[in-house]
Design a protein around this ligand. Structure first.
Ligand code: AGP
Length: 606
């Protein structure tokens, strides 16, 4: 959450900082700001709202200087406003900050006693005054070391100084931070995406490290001040700039890209000639594993839940699923014969990372399924399976969800095969069906016109429900999450068979209800549950797959039929109309689809 960029150069830096902030807007977009050092004076331009508003302010008030920092904010302490926007500055230093300083209240009291005056409600301002205070009696490096010692919590910092015309400090504890290298200039960014337009050479700071960045040199230290050597990595070429093209929104583009991203992922993991699975370097043997624990947040958690059904069906492994923010604080019994699988699009989600870190500290087997291969979660997992989706910019995760499910499904087939828990012929037919998945998703995208007919009802309703059983239950949760985050209406995903234990009381005349009833083993049961809600006045949108036998019920409001495939893969297809439903309902309302209110793409605070 929040984005940091810093540049020290021989040229004016404010326009490059502004460009990088645009890339970082996916991390937070409620306020933004830049500070530079102009002729020995720290100057700031800030605003409430988006980077566009910052650009307007910059046009009114020029910001020169060869060293500077910028920030996009997702508010934690203090409302989104110009005064709470970062950078926060004193005469001596200016600071941008991601994360949370947990002991800021106490530090603030102590600093107020010393005579420091606070302008904002943020926790960040304590950092400004702490450094200023330590600089009175210490050199710059020691002031940083002493300041870091006083901070509790997880954070990433970018700092410039009034008396250092070509120097920038970066510090990391918990929140990610990267350094980039350019000709006669160097950079700081909260992720490599921010730096990509300027360089493909980066170094990632690890936990509890800081760096001193100059135009021609970067030095790294641990928090005690001991110098450390770090590797410079080259970012892959396929990570090129990602644009909207002819689409109005990234989300629309990302939904439509799914046939292609599925194809890429299948090509990566399936050998079409031998009809086998290409996961060769899996570090554990079949007898090493007795159970699996899948961990993620939000949409990634839903893909974990989906995988539980597949793993249970095809293997004898014990399978559990956990929300990362719960797992990290429970009294877990870490098991040596359990594989802990972390699923995350960004690979930077704070709760998922903390859960992984906990597992690493307890020396158990860790594997991650990520989209961003340079991410913290990927770097710190023992084994990584990328989903090969390309950048996902829309805050609402779409193609990454299908990518996560796909890699989990392929991993499940691999383990089932290695453990000899799946019949060879069945395995081979499942792999064949996988080869058709891209084509089937493409055809299912054609349901868009039908979705447009129903979206107004969902957008205008005070609430809706998404029901499914078995494989369709995690998809019901995902469909409801998409509608909530984009359309700001209450939507609840529920196991269809559980309705009569309480939520049925919510059903009233005209309430839109999505019933996910593909023709799998749960079909008949789900149709019975559908009849129960119709009987109580619900307007049912039935999502099923094509079949000769019609689902006959005179009171079904609308039905959408996806393509046919094996039962295991139907969840991929029934997801597509739900993504389109959320997209068109939000479009109907005129909401900001790629940047829904109160949210951010990468959740790097807990
Ligand atoms: C999905 O639409 C959400 N924006 C959100 O739930 C997201 O999936 C979650 O924050 C996890 O992110 P990650 O996959 O990057 O870890």
């Amino acid at each position: 959450m929040c984005g940091i960029v810093g540049i020290t150069s021989t040229k004016n830096v404010s326009s490059s900082i502004l460009n990088s902030l645009r890339k970082l807007e996916y991390r937070g977009y409620d306020s933004a700001g830049i500070a530079t050092l102009e002729n020995g004076i720290i100057k700031e331009v800030k605003c409430e709202g988006r980077v566009d508003a910052l650009e307007t302010n910059l046009a009114k008030q020029n910001l020169d200087g060869n060293v500077g920092i910028g920030h996009v904010r997702w508010a934690t302490h203090g409302v989104p406003s110009t005064v709470n926007a970062h950078p926060h500055s004193s005469d001596r230093v200016s600071v941008v900050h991601n994360g949370i300083i947990e002991n800021s209240t106490l530090l603030k009291k102590l600093l107020i006693k010393k005579g420091y005056i606070f302008k904002s409600q943020t926790d960040t301002e304590v950092i400004v005054h702490l450094i200023s205070d330590y600089l009175k009696k210490n050199d710059l490096k020691n002031a940083i070391i002493k300041m870091l010692k006083r901070l509790h919590g997880s954070f990433a910092l970018g700092i410039i100084f009034q008396d250092q015309p070509d120097l920038l400090i970066g510090a990391r504890r918990g929140s990610p931070l990267a350094v980039g290298y350019g000709p006669n200039e160097n950079y700081l960014g909260s992720d490599s995406y921010a730096l990509k337009s300027m360089t493909n050479k980066v170094t990632y700071l690890d936990d509890s490290e800081f760096c001193i960045i100059k135009n021609d040199n970067v030095e790294f230290f641990d928090e005690a001040g001991k110098k450390i050597n770090k590797k410079i990595l080259e970012l892959s070429k396929d990570d090129k700039e990602y644009e909207k093209g002819d689409y109005k929104h990234f989300m629309a583009k990302e939904i439509d890209e799914q046939p292609m991203t599925i194809k890429n992922c299948v090509n990566e993991y399936i050998d079409k000639i031998s009809n086998s699975i290409n996961i060769y370097n899996f570090p554990w043997k079949k007898n090493d594993l007795k159970s699996i624990l899948l961990i993620g947040c939000g949409t990634a958690y839903h893909s974990c839940l989906m995988a539980k059904y597949w793993f249970e069906q095809m293997t004898n492994l014990d399978v559990n699923v956990d929300v990362a923010s719960e797992f990290r604080y429970r009294k877990n019994k870490f098991k040596k014969d359990c594989l802990y699988i972390f699923v995350s699009q960004s690979g930077e989600t704070a709760d998922t990372y903390a859960a992984l870190d906990l597992c690493n500290k307890n020396k158990v087997k860790t594997c991650s399924i990520v989209n961003v291969v340079e991410s913290s979660i990927a770097r710190d997992s023992k084994f990584v399976l990328p989903i090969h989706c390309g950048p996902e910019v829309g805050v609402a995760s779409t193609k990454a969800f299908l990518g996560q499910m796909l890699v989990l499904y392929i991993l499940c087939l691999k383990l089932a095969k290695d453990r000899k828990e799946i019949d060879k012929k069945i395995l081979s037919s499942k792999i064949k069906s996988l080869l058709d998945l891209s084509k089937n998703v493409k055809k299912t995208l054609l349901t868009e016109d039908q979705i447009q007919l129903v979206c107004k009802s969902f957008a205008d309703a005070k609430g809706s429900m998404f029901l499914g059983r078995g494989f369709s239950y995690p998809i019901a949760l995902e469909g409801a999450l998409k509608l909530k985050e984009l359309v700001y209406v209450h939507a609840e995903g529920y196991p269809a068979g559980e309705m009569k234990h309480g939520p049925l009381a919510l059903i009233e005349n005209g309430m839109p209800v999505v019933v996910l009833a593909p023709r799998d083993e749960y079909f008949k049961k789900t149709i019975s549950n559908m009849q129960e809600v119709i009987a109580r006045g619900a307007k049912v949108l039935l999502i099923t797959n094509k079949s000769k036998d019609e689902v006959v019920h005179e009171n079904i409001w609308q039905s959408i039929k996806v393509e046919n495939t094996i039962d295991d893969l139907l969840p991929f297809l029934i997801t597509v109309p739900l993504q389109k439903l959320a997209y068109h309902s939000a479009l109907n309302k005129g909401y900001d689809i790629d940047k829904p209110r109160n949210l951010a793409k990468s959740v790097t605070v807990e």
